[in-house]
Design a protein around this ligand. Structure first.
Ligand code: AMP
Length: 197
């Protein structure tokens, strides 16, 4: 089973993906995490991506699509994948469709977490305060200015893929403002229906 979890930055995609991994034996593929690993390792790709990520803009489609194509081939993805943070635009969505069909695989469902933007800014402030209180390090793109740019990039480039998948009959919208456990329960029920279909 292959799933996309869609929603603006801070909507809870990462948190819900981890629960999905535990409940359904799927593998979370987060392009943001992959890019951050490249940045930490100081690779050429990481160096090129860092400034773009710090601004909250999108890294080039070629880099992202190449990264995903390599990753889905690996053994831990054989039971199915949760795509988190990918695709980010219609070109990436089309590339994913072509990639999966080449491998004889399908996309089963696209789950969109619908959230209120003002609440996201609030959540970010809480997350920064909690991270600092715990002595942790705050991500370079975790600040209000970058978040506002990431939200506008989401509205302009990523939100159109919601209609794209709606047109394919794959989109399921879930209220991402509910408590985390209720969002998880709603996702579980969508996945159960998709499995039964
Ligand atoms: P995320 O952790 O998913 O919010 O991603 C952090 C940053 O990595 C984004 O703001 C982008 O700069 C970059 N990024 C992650 N995924 C993608 C993608 N699918 N396409 C382009 N850029 C991406």
């Amino acid at each position: 089973m292959n799933i996309i979890i869609l929603g603006p930055p801070g909507a809870g995609k990462g948190t819900q993906s981890k629960t999905l991994e535990d409940h359904h034996g799927l593998k979370q593929l987060s392009t943001g995490d992959m890019l951050r690993a490249e940045v930490s390792a100081g690779t050429e790709l990481g160096l090129a991506a860092k400034a773009i990520m710090d601004r909250g803009d999108l890294v080039s489609d070629d880099i992202i699509i190449g990264m995903i194509a390599n990753r889905v081939e690996q053994d831990d993805c054989s039971n199915g994948v949760i795509f988190d943070g990918f695709p980010r635009n219609v070109a990436q969505a089309e590339a994913l469709g072509a990639m999966l069909s080449e491998k004889g695989k399908d996309l089963d469902v696209v789950i969109e977490l619908v959230v209120d933007e003002d609440a996201l800014v609030q959540r970010l402030e809480t997350r920064i305060a909690e991270t600092l209180a715990a002595g942790g390090e705050v991500r370079a793109d975790d600040n209000e200015e970058t978040l506002r740019n990431r939200l506008s990039v989401y509205r302009e480039q990523t939100a159109p893929i919601s209609d794209y998948y709606e047109g394919k009959g794959l989109l399921q919208k879930i209220d991402g403002m509910m408590p985390i456990s209720e969002v998880s329960a709603a996702i579980d029920s969508v996945i159960s229906s998709a499995k039964a279909a």
